[in-house]
Design a binder for this molecule. Structure first.
Ligand SMILES: C[S@@+](CC[C@H](N)C(=O)[O-])C[C@H]1O[C@@H](n2cnc3c(N)ncnc32)[C@H](O)[C@@H]1O
Length: 243
């Protein structure tokens, strides 16, 4: 697949270490999945959810356990990551249709309209630029039933250089602290910064400003677009396909 954001996730070492690395670099992922699950639980219980950039199935597993009558379509470009997701899910995978494909390509999402109760995503859409994300949001809106939620847990860039610098300092300090000198990649702030810069370049990370994410969601016709949770550069936001 012609996408370095996907190729990076075909690397055996990256995939094998992925969930441990996420806990070290993004411990908020647990809280962020809680927020998505709580919103869906407060709405009508979902029967069909589409998960964009499923990866190793962290979010998907939580949703399938929480909603036993829910089926899912799980989309990712990486065969390796989807392989890990299937291992994690075990019997739960029987309720999942896996699609290997590029989220930027219209055919990946399928043609059926008005079928999904929710479209969700975690830590995946920051691999797309704003235009690609807007196109995807539009296709997801068509896939949703009226009243269905689009919920995105992801990274954002800050509004200005000062705040971006501050959150990056906090990000690096948090990783060094959690690594406790036991991970050779993160002995101190300088080495951690270099590691993160390489990782982001390799995986084509391009987080957008929150205001831009919310704006394109509104422009794509979602209603009740709102920020549901935020901690420095990690957010959960969502919007509803209007009735
Ligand atoms: C950081 S991982 C997130 C995985 C998972 N959702 C989680 O919360 O841990 C990003 C995932 O998005 C996938 N991805 C990145 N760009 C993609 C694209 N253009 N099309 C499909 N999948 C993509 C990668 O293969 C990877 O599995």
């Amino acid at each position: 697949m012609d996408s370095s954001s996907v190729q990076a996730y075909e690397t055996v070492a990256r995939v094998a270490a992925y969930d441990a690395d996420m806990d070290l670099m993004h411990p908020n992922r647990h809280k962020m999945v809680d927020v998505i699950t709580a919103v869906l639980a407060a709405a009508a219980e979902p029967r069909l959810v589409v998960d964009l950039g499923t990866g190793t199935g962290f979010l998907l597993a939580r949703l399938l356990r929480r909603f036993p009558n829910c089926r899912a379509v799980a989309i990712d470009g990486s065969q390796q990551m989807v392989g890990e997701a299937k291992s994690r899910l075990g019997d739960l995978a029987q309720r999942v249709e896996f699609v290997i494909g590029d989220l930027r390509h219209p055919e990946t999402l399928g043609a059926a309209t008005g079928v999904a109760d929710a479209v969700v995503s975690a830590y995946a859409l920051h691999h797309l630029n704003l235009e690609e994300k807007a196109e995807l949001l539009g296709r997801c809106r068509a896939r949703l039933k009226e009243g269905g939620w689009f919920l995105n847990a992801d990274l954002v860039a800050e509004e200005d250089e000062f705040l971006e610098g501050l959150t990056q300092e906090m990000r690096v300090a948090g990783i060094v602290e959690r690594a406790r000198g036991r991970d050779p990649r993160f002995p101190d702030a300088a080495a951690t910064r270099r590691f993160l810069d390489d990782l982001q370049r390799n995986e084509c990370d391009q987080p957008q400003k929150l205001a831009d994410d919310l704006r394109i969601a509104r422009e794509c016709g979602y209603g009740h677009v709102t920020l549901l949770w935020k901690d420095t550069r990690e957010v959960v936001w969502g919007g509803v396909r209007p009735l």
